[in-house]
Design a protein around this ligand. Structure first.
Ligand SMILES: [Zn+2]
Length: 1033
């Protein structure tokens, strides 16, 4: 999946990330709020077969139970539940917080310490007692100590506590993860959607194999009204069965009086009906208004991560791979698409046709299944034996050419790079009018937002960059994710980190003019921003609840994942070695599921000389955060030391964390070419290396390919600043951007005074490369916004003056005509946006006059794509032009342009308009609800909007989480946007009180921890820096 707003918002505009900074330790309640509740406690169950399939993180909990194979007899479980007198629903929170239900429910031990009083009884009794004691001493698992008989080292068999099904009967399963006694082999899913009434009926036939004898089959279903279920064992007759449902875990189950035996095959058949979802997951309805003003409807799917169960009963976990045969009934006026090519079309009544698709020739995870019913037109081409097509609604057909050409090129590239041919006969890319994510990699049927697939003939290079990146990402998934899939969502980064890395890597190869290198650099900086917070998490992290699954779709899985792969690739002796390891991995696990360790093992296997990749990389995947490397130098000796770069904590246990860091460095005698780069692996807290005494300065982390921050110490920074003042080109643009990022980060940490930040910026006053300029603008803007929101108007004005002065000549040098070079577009877009947002007069005048020309020409005069955002934003500040822009927005069919207009509209400073646009985004009529996170984010940048938006989400929280799942990327964005510019105690209290009050409706989200942490950091940064800013000249 592509998260879209995680990076594209930053592609054409200044990044939205706000400042997150402090040198202070974190207060404990920031974390506690989120840790206290757990919506879905994991109660283990007792089938022997399940023990082996426990997720890694909880394996320890069940160790020792293996031999105590407990009977899963219904009577046993029912009686044990009665005995325990508990129903699942009213367990106390104490039970929930107990990580092991087995300990909680331990029966009393059978051995006891001999009493002292027996000593005074007759010798005979003493002997008997002594004998008894001996016997008990020898009982396995009980060891006498001075304290008596302690807890057994072998836990006794315990009964699971089963919840009640909806019909009152006990549900025969008590865990979030499904048992592995049954393996689905193949699904036949027949669906009859009714787009007039937004409902559907379905029949799903699941062929299964029994892996371990069991008396139950447990699978997923959500919001399906199952009207009939039948079961067939081997060649026997199908007979009706009762389906039990446990809604809180979206599970259904069938119980059997006799055991299903290992090796047997069986079939379950479900008939059901349901509503098409009105959110963005499951089998959902989407609509748009066509060019004649008519409302058109369609139905599409979005199953990742947990929503295939909303369309058909299934084993909805990534490791249950199976084949799929899909049939869909439709009216003749619609068409259908699915993962596979259409096999046949059969009329079933006067106005109903059934399309059947070929059975998948690969085993695939449920989250990759997809189907669409609607009106689309397509363009196709053949790329190395695969039929590639791009689908759009009919009136946007002419916007599909770039996508088709790019997808075909990328498919050829990946076929060659991975040395494994794409396994399906066709690959469809479909632009869905109302779609929340950026795109979804369904095998053979990739779905996109219109913005991430369609381009009109006037598109700018920056818009092409967005589309090409998203296609490259989704195509990489056809191997990483689809062919080889993570076993569980804890290793989502194996999918997403890889696809993100490949997206930049492939485009640098096949479309170098799109210049994705700068984009990737800025993505790595943003990943560090988030990972520097105490609320961050390891790349590979335990996941137990649906909310936690949703939360894995964040910048750590995507962007940090991609960053550490880049670091690894850059540190291996030859680039080919990384590629070889990937090919080895894909071949070894083709069609299977993997864990992080499997990837490292494959890379280790092909390394020459043999390197323990796992040892190096696990320090990056198993712990959160990243290191701060400090450099100090005496003559020819350089001392490198590492510690965690943590903005918030001085916790000593945290400081003991170590990384295996592939350090790279260059010096003044050779600093630009790759050959200048020297390498050193820092494994310990402190190590020394030698450099010639003549070396004037060192720059570590060549081109910022490593995921760490460097502090050069006062002398080291001064030497670099001096060198740059003489000649800015002694370092590559990436290295200059890296220094800027590093010094701002160190200033937040309190390691470097803000004055030193300004010295560095001043040494680069001649800077004209986009990546250092955009990074500096982003950092300075963040501070400006905080000062502005805190109503420190004097200081905000001073910061504004600094920005306009420092970048003034560069801003003034920008032309307002067409610009061909992408890097110049990037630079211009960033400079012009900043100047206009800061109300720099010549900028706003230019923008106004360009909008007027555009208006007067009846919108035929073209505004260059990279300037549109600035122009629309300036226009939206005037009452009349805001109305004009709204009309234009509703009439425009080109989505990329529409979004820029929308951002303009949302940037208004008029409170009534802000209130209106927020509401319109939520209602979804004039503005699609998919855009609400963008509207909120944009409104929050403005002074008037950010308080409105905060009120808005509090009032409408329940409606928001109806549309966007708790923990989802959309909700993460909304929480972050509305809270990240607060810096006062009063706001901190408000935010804390609001999210605490949500309880299970969102209080436990990581983004809430992040929000509170960020506000504290802002507050403390302000407290410690305001006085310094006051002295700033
Ligand atoms: Zn993805």
């Amino acid at each position: 999946m592509d998260l879209f707003d995680s990076n594209t918002a930053e592609r054409t505009n200044l990044p939205r990330n706000m400042i997150e900074n402090s040198m202070f330790e974190e207060e404990p309640d920031v974390v506690d709020l989120a840790k206290d509740s757990n919506t879905f406690p994991a109660f283990s169950t007792l089938d022997p077969d399940e023990v082996a399939y426990e997720p890694r993180s909880s394996r320890l909990l069940v160790r020792g139970l293996g031999e105590n194979d407990m009977d899963d007899d219904e009577e046993d479980c029912e009686s044990s539940a009665r005995l325990l007198g508990m129903s699942f629903m009213n367990r106390s929170s104490a039970h929930r917080s107990n990580s092991s239900p087995y300990i909680r429910q331990s029966p009393p031990r059978t051995c006891s310490r001999p009493s002292a009083c027996t000593m005074v009884v007759c010798v005979l009794v003493l002997v008997i007692v002594a004998s008894l004691v001996m016997v008990m001493y020898l009982l396995p698992g009980c060891t006498f100590t001075r304290a008596g008989c302690p807890k057994s080292n072998k836990t006794a068999p315990l009964e699971p506590v089963y919840p009640n099904s909806t019909n009152g009967e006990l549900f025969p399963w008590a865990e979030l993860r499904l048992p592995h006694s049954i393996q689905p082999l193949g699904y036949e899913v027949t669906l009859a959607p009714d787009l007039d009434n937004m409902t559907f009926t379905g029949r799903t036939v699941i062929k299964m194999s029994v892996l371990h004898s069991t008396k139950r089959i447990v699978l997923h279903a959500a919001n399906l009204n199952i009207t009939k279920a039948m079961f067939k064992l081997g060649d026997g007759q199908a007979h009706d069965v009762t389906v039990l449902e446990y809604k809180p875990r979206q599970q259904i189950a069938v119980k059997f009086p006799e055991e299903l035996k290992t090796g047997q095959q069986c079939v379950l058949i479900f008939d059901y009906s349901a509503n098409l979802s009105h959110t963005y997951d499951g089998f959902y309805n989407s609509s748009y208004t066509d060019k004649d003003g008519n409302k058109r409807v369609l139905a599409a799917t979005q199953f990742e991560p947990l929503s295939a169960r909303k369309a058909f009963p299934c084993f909805d976990e990534p490791s249950f791979k199976a084949t799929f045969l899909i049939r869909i009934n439709r009216k003749p006026s619609y068409m259908t698409l699915s993962n596979m090519p259409q096999a046949k079309t059969t009329p079933i009544s006067n106005d109903l046709i059934q399309d059947e698709f070929e059975k998948t020739n690969v085993n695939m995870s449920t989250y990759l299944v997809a189907f669409i019913v609607g009106n689309f037109t397509s363009v196709s081409s053949n790329a190395t034996g695969t039929n590639v097509s791009v689908y759009s609604i009919p009136e946007k057909k002419e916007q599909t050419d770039f996508a088709l050409a790019t997808a075909s090129k990328l498919l050829q590239f990946y076929n060659g790079f991975f040395e494994i041919e794409y396994p399906l006969k066709k690959l469809d890319l479909v632009a869905i009018p109302d779609f929340l994510a950026g795109a979804m990699e369904n095998w053979g049927l990739i779905t996109f937002r219109e913005t991430t697939l369609l381009l009109d003939s006037n598109s700018s290079h920056l818009e092409k960059q967005v589309v090409a990146s998203v296609i490259a990402h989704e195509l990489a998934h056809q191997w990483f994710g689809n062919l080889v899939t993570m076993s569980w969502w804890n290793d989502l980064w194996l999918n997403e980190g890889f696809a993100t890395y490949m997206e930049y890597m492939s485009l640098q190869e096949i479309l170098p003019n799109l210049d994705t290198g700068n984009l990737f650099l800025s993505v790595r900086f943003r990943a560090m921003d988030k990972d520097a917070l105490n609320s961050s998490h390891p790349v590979s992290t335990e996941v137990n609840t649906p909310e936690q699954v949703e939360e894995m779709f964040d910048s750590v899985s995507y962007e940090k994942g991609a960053s550490i792969l880049l670091m690894l690739n850059a540190s291996l002796p030859k680039e080919q070695q990384f590629k070889k390891g990937i090919i080895q991995y894909l071949n070894t696990y083709s069609g299977l599921n993997t864990e992080t360790e499997d990837l490292w093992n494959s890379l280790t296997l092909v390394s020459t000389p043999r390197q323990n990749i796992s040892e190096m990389m696990s320090s990056w995947t198993s712990q959160k955060g990243f290191p701060l490397v400090t450099v100090s130098r005496k003559g020819d000796q350089v001392t490198l030391s590492q510690e965690p770069f943590l903005l918030t904590s001085d916790n000593t246990t945290q400081k003991s964390r170590l990384w295996n860091i592939p350090i790279t460095y260059v010096n003044d005698s050779c600093s630009l070419a790759l050959e200048c780069r020297q390498m050193y692996t820092l494994k310990n807290k402190t190590e020394n290396l030698k450099v010639p005494e003549s070396v004037k300065w060192l720059k570590l982390n060549y081109k910022n390919t490593g995921f760490y921050v460097v502090d050069y110490g006062n002398d080291g920074w001064n030497a670099l600043i001096e060198a740059l003042s003489k000649n800015i080109s002694v370092l590559t643009p990436e290295d200059r951007a890296s220094l800027i990022y590093n010094i701002f980060a160190l200033s937040r940490l309190g390691r470097v005074p803000f004055q030193q930040v300004l010295h560095l910026l001043n040494s680069m006053s001649g800077e004209t490369e986009p990546s250092p300029v955009t990074e500096a603008l982003l950092q300075l803007n963040s501070i400006y916004r905080l000062l502005d929101k805190r109503q420190e108007s004097g200081l905000a004005a001073r910061m504004k003056a600094y920005i306009l002065n420092h970048f003034g000549s560069l801003m003034k040098n920008q032309s307002w005509g067409e610009e061909q070079s992408l890097s110049k577009q990037e630079l211009r877009s960033a400079l012009v946006s900043t100047a206009c947002i800061l109300n720099e007069e010549s900028c706003t005048d230019q923008a106004k006059s360009l909008f007027k020309k555009y208006h007067d020409s009846n919108f035929t005069v073209k505004i260059p794509g990279d300037l549109q955002q600035a122009v629309f934003t300036v226009a939206a500040q005037s009452e009349d032009d805001w109305e004009t822009l709204l009309k234009l927005y509703t009439a425009t069919t080109y989505d990329a342009e529409k979004r820029k207009m929308l951002k303009g509209l949302a940037s208004t400073q008029d409170p009534r308009r802000i209130a209106w646009i927020l509401k319109a985004g939520l209602n979804g009529d004039i503005i699609q609800t998919q855009e609400l996170p963008l509207i909120i984010n944009t409104a929050c940048n403005g002074f008037a909007g950010y308080l409105f938006a905060w009120d808005f989400i509090q009032v409408n929280w329940d409606r928001l989480i109806e549309k966007f799942p708790v923990g989802s990327f959309a909700i993460q964005t909304i929480v972050k946007s509305t809270t990240s510019q607060f810096s006062t105690q009063a706001h901190l209290d408000q935010v804390q009180a609001f999210f605490s009050s949500l309880k299970q409706r969102g209080s436990q989200m990581r983004s809430v921890q992040e929000a509170l942490e960020t506000i504290r950091l802002n507050k403390r940064w302000m407290e410690s820096n305001l006085k310094n800013f006051g002295k700033w000249h």
